[in-house]
Design a protein around this ligand. Structure first.
Ligand SMILES: *Cc1c(COP(=O)(O)O)cnc(C)c1O
Length: 426
């Protein structure tokens, strides 16, 4: 058996499909965010670049209060957690973090996990599994971590068309009032930047006696008067049973969580293997995350400045005829529509313009909708925006990409039902 050959062939398949990924070697500069040093593969010395695709949406990963909380906790408690919570108990900063998170979402309790990905896997699978004969009703564009949770539950599932409440209602109606039903969806979809009709989904769930689970990963910290996400902004937090979020994007650190009623949190805590059998977050990470959550509860500055720079970026790109895909969120997707060209655009931006924007290709988005996904932060200045626009115009000319509006027919808004998107956004 030539074991190695199979791995080589697997890699070759990805390369043939232009799906092989290369990760840039970067040193993010905390004192000069969003600046970083790029170590190119050709061995030249490191070069300065501007990062335009970070999910550290508000720059909280470099906020002085967050860094200080991390430093102080590491000095006081050490570098690691010392074990699973089952074995070693819970470090106090993690207890404080969970209290901050429960309060953020107006829920009785919260439970932290080592990542958002793990929190979706653990919570969706455990909640569905503990209900008798549960049917999971899942949005067609849900993230990979939610799909893994659905699979792991072993429960029957059905997919509703993306953000389509009529389709959802049809399913709910056909299943009937008495069967256990869990509706799982995201509040803000990170590749198109579109937002779910959460209030309508919650009302339907109530009408047909279903439980609701929402992934607010791309919204926590960024929306709502205290950073509670789209549910807080839309005043529907209390109508959703389980809110899931990450500490690694808007909150700039690491970890994931759910917030819900005591009894739900206690059940997941007690039954989910991916919670029970893995070492807890280090106390320094918990303290840093709690500082970020707290800061974004009491301050509007980060959100306001980010929204302002997002609006300016969208307006400047549109004025320069760069095809920005419209949405009402902080995500700025620029349409390319071809995997190879998307990769080339990203390469030219980095090599010629010192601008880092990762290409977004299949399977993260549908084929024919490849794009550059731009995420302005409060720290991207007007000068950064002006250089970005110039650089993109240069790239568009070099590659012969069309200027102007996003070509309509190539955008696949609706996945045909019952299409299950296996690997979703990241
Ligand atoms: C990134 C992401 C996650 C996973 O969160 P991590 O903390 O990065 O593991 C979950 N859901 C969605 C929608 C995401 O985009």
């Amino acid at each position: 058996m030539e074991y190695r050959r199979y791995f080589g062939q697997a890699i070759d398949r990805l390369k043939a499909e232009r799906r092989y990924r290369v990760f840039a070697d970067l040193e993010r500069d905390a004192s000069r965010f969003p600046m970083a040093l790029w170590h190119s593969e050709n061995g030249d010395g490191p070069r300065e670049v501007v990062i335009w695709c970070s999910n550290d949406y508000l720059g909280m990963g470099r906020h002085p209060k967050v860094i200080e909380a991390m430093r102080a906790a590491a000095e006081k408690y050490g570098a690691g957690a010392g074990g699973t919570r089952n074995i070693s108990g819970t470090n106090h900063p993690l207890v404080q973090l969970e209290a901050e998170l429960a309060d953020l979402h107006g829920k009785e309790s919260a439970l932290a996990f080592t990542s958002g990905w793990v929190s979706n896997l653990a919570a969706i699978s455990t909640i569905a599994e503990l209900l008798p004969n549960c049917l999971i009703i899942s949005d067609a564009l849900n993230h990979n971590s939610m799909i893994e949770g659905v699979r792991r539950s072993g429960c029957e599932k059905t997919i509703f068309r993306h953000n389509d409440t009529a389709d959802l209602e049809e399913i709910l109606k056909s299943v009937g009032h008495d069967r256990a039903k869990l509706v799982v969806f995201e509040s803000l979809y990170s590749m198109d930047g579109d937002i779910a009709p959460i209030g309508e989904i919650a009302a339907l769930a109530k009408k047909y006696n279903a439980m609701t689970y929402v992934d607010e990963v791309h919204a926590v910290g960024l929306y709502g008067p205290r950073g509670g996400g789209i549910c807080e902004r839309d005043n529907v937090m209390s109508q959703i049973d389980v809110i899931e979020g990450t500490l690694a994007k808007g909150f700039g650190t690491l970890g994931g969580y759910i917030a819900a009623d005591n009894v739900i949190i206690d059940a997941v805590r007690s039954y989910a293997p991916s919670f029970i059998f893995t070492t807890a977050l280090p106390p320094a990470v918990a303290a840093a995350a709690a500082a970020a959550v707290h800061q974004l509860k009491i301050s509007q500055d980060e959100r306001a400045l980010q929204q302002q720079q997002v609006a300016r970026t969208k307006a400047a790109l549109a004025a320069a005829d760069i095809p920005v895909m419209a949405n009402t969120s902080h995500i700025v997707p620029v349409f390319v529509g071809d995997a190879e060209l998307c990769k080339s655009a990203s390469d030219i931006l980095l090599e010629k313009h010192g601008i880092y924007i990762q290409p977004i290709n299949y399977p993260t988005v549908a084929r024919g909708t490849e794009r550059l996904r731009i995420t302005p932060t409060p720290y991207h200045t007007d000068a950064h925006i002006a250089s970005l626009v110039e650089a993109l115009r240069d790239v568009w000319r070099r590659l012969g990409l069309p200027f102007g509006a996003v070509p309509q027919p190539t955008i696949v808004e609706q996945m045909p039902k019952p299409h299950l998107k296996i690997v979703a956004a990241e």
